[in-house]
Every structure is written in structure tokens, then in C-alpha cells.
Design a binder for this molecule. Structure first.
Ligand SMILES: [Zn+2]
Length: 467
């Protein structure tokens, strides 16, 4: 009797899981769903930084990578669905570390619109299978969207929701709460931790006292804090125990000669004079590495006029496209030059930081002037890392395994290794010779379920700018 009940329980759980995976919200986007799958004759870039391996086979068994190795040595179970993908490259699902579910509303108004429908689809279609957000303006919406994706009710990456902004006085963004005291920061962390926040984001006008109080409350719960800081310098934040810094050196205010304690200085720091090899910058790098502060590369958001792509314009609503294109057309030459300088300086810093032993990760940050769209910006970031001197295998490691390490999930995701979750991206082409092939996504596996990127993208045509 007991045995029979147990059996019924197992069967009904399996049925529930199958039904969960095939809700009408998700089913149209599933291309491959089989218990055992063999992806054959592919080039593998495994996410560890190791060079690409040619003619490999990957066996997926019930959502996990069961085996990976030379195609000639593969023992493929008889029940497997065969995918012969000669000419393709497989990389791990990207671990996007600076994602948002919001997008600018254009017109110079600092109001950001939640994109709960289109952005999860854009991320997944672009190969992001794990997305750590880096701040939200609608925490309840983000937390609910995560739940809907986890329950199989809508397509999207595995989401880790970062709540914040932990912002002080003087914010440019009216959607953010302003903290008044360190005690406010503590209560903010306690409340959102109780509501399911995975981590927190500190912002440009927070004081050292507020940051310290937030860090104490978060760390007491085993949660991490990242920051896009300005009122607090990188070295100050590292000494206070911050876990992660977004964007990198080009937003570090401590090199601005007008910097006063706890105040975000007016005006841009003179980037052209910032020397990565100077003692001051090298000291900052040393201290970040000593305090184990990870850095998130967001080069794509610094580009104010990247190459214009049809897929980008297709995703935008007519109004959003018109607003974007007219603003881009009016961009002064000086702004374009400044944007190029920021990318150049930042990637120079990022290479020095990695060389010194720092943990560098990558993300999209779909804000700025709207050029870095969810998912597409993550791919662009990898391309800019390679343009800046990282090898393709290193850049892919930065965008996969390094994020997984920071999240403490590197035993489950981040590389193509037997035993890990089958989060895999199939690319038509060879990113080791042409990194832009990272955009040619033909199939995305999340936990062994294969999603069709073309269908996901088709479903968001004209939606960006709306929802
Ligand atoms: Zn951001």
C-alpha cells in the first residue's frame, strides 16, 4: 500500500512537471524536449577559458550534461534524440550579471518602463540562461516574474533578483526611494530580504554609513551587495566589505579631484588623464583583489552609437525606434568620442584587474541611451571584451563561469562539464575566429529543454518601449 502511494506520488509529480514545462505560455517556444539528447560534431568552448575543442559530442540526460568529449569516443544511449550540428559551436548558457527588466522611456525623461514581457524572452533568445538583475524599480514585479518563469508559466532565464536601489539624497531618478539614515538602509535590506531578494544594489548617492549598515544586514543573511557607486569611492567600498562593483573604474569617483566624502562630485572625471599603470590605479586594483571584490564589465552600455542592427530595430516599437534614432542622429561628435574613450579605458582597466587576479564578470545594463538591449547587449559586451584584447575563450569565461563562481553556483552552471545543468547555447559559426558569431544563436538549452530563439524574438517584435 505504502509502495503504491509512493508510486502514485512519483507519477503525479512527473505529470505535474511535464504539464509545468508545457503551459501555453511556454510551449510555442520549445523546439527540443527529449529525456536524452546527443548534440554531435560540434566545436565546444567550455567556459573555463580552455581553448575550443573540435568535433565534440555532448550528451544531455534529464536536464543534465551527462557526457562531453570527442565525437569518435561518444557512447550515445539508444534512446537519444540526435542533433548533428557540424559547423556549430556550443558555449555554456551565459550568466548575465548586470541585467534589468526595465528600459529607458526616451525623450530625456529619467523614467524607466518595466519590460516584463519582452526582456525575459530577449535574454533567453540571446543565450542568457541565468540572469542576475542589478537593480529594479519594480521589486514586486521582478520577484513575481521570476516566480512565473520558475513555474514554467512564461519563457525566460533563471532569474536572481537584486533589489535596490539603495540610494541616498540627490538621485536623478524619481522611481528610487531615498534613504535618510543608516537605519533606513538596514530596514530596507531586512524587508526585501524577507520578500525574497537574492541580493542588493547600492547606488550613486548612498553614504558610507548607509552602505555599511546595509552590508551588515545583508551579510548577516548570507546575501551580497553590489554597487554602482559615486558618493563612495571603490577603495572605501572595498574596505567596508562590498562584494561587487558594477561598470568598473570609469565610474570610480576617487580619481575626481573635486571628490568630497559621501558626496557624488559634479562633472566627469578627466578620463583621458586616467593612467591605468599609475600607482594610484594600481593601488585600487590591488585593494579590490585583496578584498575579493568582483567587478562587472558593462562595456556595451558605454557605447552610445554601436553598429545599428535590424534585429534591434525590429524589437523596438515604432515610437521607441523613432525616439532612439532621432536622439542618435543628434548625438554630438564629442559624446561619440567620449563613449569610445570610456570603452577603451575601461577594458584596459579590466585586463589589468584580471591580470592581478580579480574576478571579472559581464552583463548588459539595458539603460543608457537605449543602445544596449536586453540580451543583445550581453553579446555585444563579449565582442567588446575581445576587441579590447581578451581571447574569445577568456571573454566567454568572463560571461559564464566567472559569474557562476561569484554566485556560488559553479557546481551547477557556468561551464560545459559532466554533471552540470544542461544550459547550453548553439551558435552557427565559430566565435574563436569571429566573435560576432556569438549573435548567431540557433538553439538555447535551459535545464535540457531546447528553446527556439527565432520564435522568441519573433514574439517580441515591436514590443520594446511598451512592455
Ligand atoms: Zn544598471
Amino acid at each position: 500500500m505504502t509502495k503504491r502511494i509512493a508510486l502514485i506520488a512519483i507519477v503525479s509529480t512527473a505529470v505535474a512537471l511535464a504539464q509545468q514545462a508545457f503551459t501555453p505560455g511556454v510551449k510555442p517556444f520549445i523546439a527540443i524536449d527529449a529525456p536524452v539528447i546527443a548534440i554531435e560534431h560540434v566545436r565546444v568552448i567550455d567556459g573555463t577559458g580552455a581553448p575550443a575543442q573540435e568535433d565534440q559530442t555532448i550528451v544531455i540526460d534529464h536536464g543534465r550534461i551527462q557526457w562531453v568529449g570527442p565525437a569518435a569516443k561518444a557512447q550515445i544511449p539508444a534512446s537519444a534524440q540526435h542533433l548533428d550540428r557540424a559547423g556549430h559551436t556550443v558555449i555554456p548558457g551565459l550568466v548575465g550579471m548586470h541585467e534589468h527588466l526595465f528600459y529607458p522611456s526616451f525623450g530625456g525623461v529619467p523614467i524607466y518602463i518595466e519590460h516584463g514581457m519582452s526582456f525575459p524572452r530577449l535574454y533567453l533568445a540571446s543565450g542568457i540562461t541565468t540572469a542576475r538583475t542589478a537593480g529594479t524599480l519594480e521589486p514586486y514585479t521582478d520577484l513575481n516574474l521570476k516566480k512565473m518563469i520558475d513555474e514554467g508559466r512564461m519563457p525566460g532565464p533563471k532569474m536572481l533578483i537584486t533589489v535596490g536601489y539603495l540610494e541616498g539624497h540627490g538621485s536623478f531618478a524619481p522611481q528610487m526611494a531615498e534613504l535618510n539614515t543608516p537605519d533606513d538602509a538596514r530596514r530596507f535590506v531586512e524587508y526585501w530580504a524577507s520578500m525574497g531578494a537574492h541580493s542588493f544594489k547600492a547606488y550613486m548617492h548612498i553614504t558610507r554609513g548607509e552602505l555599511e549598515s546595509a552590508l551588515t544586514a545583508a551579510h548577516a543573511r548570507g546575501l551580497k551587495i553590489t554597487g554602482h557607486l559615486c558618493s563612495v569611492g571603490f577603495r572605501e567600498a572595498a574596505a567596508l566589505g562590498i562584494d561587487n562593483l558594477e561598470h568598473g573604474l570609469v565610474v570610480d569617483s576617487e580619481f575626481n579631484p573635486n571628490k568630497q566624502p559621501d558626496v557624488c562630485p559634479q562633472g566627469n572625471q578627466p578620463l583621458s588623464q586616467l593612467d591605468i599603470n599609475s600607482d594610484a590605479v594600481q593601488r585600487t586594483i590591488r585593494e579590490l583583489v585583496q578584498h575579493k571584490v568582483a567587478v562587472t564589465s558593462t562595456l556595451a552600455v558605454f557605447e552610445s552609437a554601436p553598429p545599428l542592427q535590424n534585429r534591434f530595430l525590429d524589437a523596438l516599437s515604432q515610437t521607441a525606434a523613432l525616439n532612439y534614432l532621432s536622439a542618435r542622429d543628434r548625438l554630438p561628435d564629442q559624446a561619440r568620442a567620449q563613449s569610445a574613450l570610456r570603452v577603451k579605458k575601461e577594458v584596459e582597466f579590466e585586463r589589468a584587474f584580471v591580470k592581478a587576479g580579480g574576478l571579472l564578470m559581464a552583463g548588459c545594463d539595458p539603460t543608457g541611451n537605449g543602445s544596449a538591449l536586453a540580451g543583445f547587449g550581453d553579446q555585444r559586451n563579449v565582442e567588446l571584451l575581445v576587441d579590447g584584447g581578451f581571447s574569445p575563450a577568456e571573454a566567454i569565461q568572463i560571461a559564464t563561469l566567472n559569474g557562476a563562481k561569484f554566485l556560488g553556483l559553479d557546481d551547477k552552471i557556468g561551464s560545459i562539464t559532466a554533471g552540470k545543468q544542461a544550459d547550453l547555447v548553439l551558435l552557427d559559426g565559430n566565435p574563436t575566429t569571429q566573435i560576432a558569431d556569438i549573435e548567431n544563436v540557433t538553439l538555447v538549452f535551459k535545464d535540457g529543454i531546447g528553446y527556439d530563439p527565432a520564435k522568441l524574438l519573433q514574439s517580441v517584435h515591436g514590443r520594446v518601449g511598451m512592455h
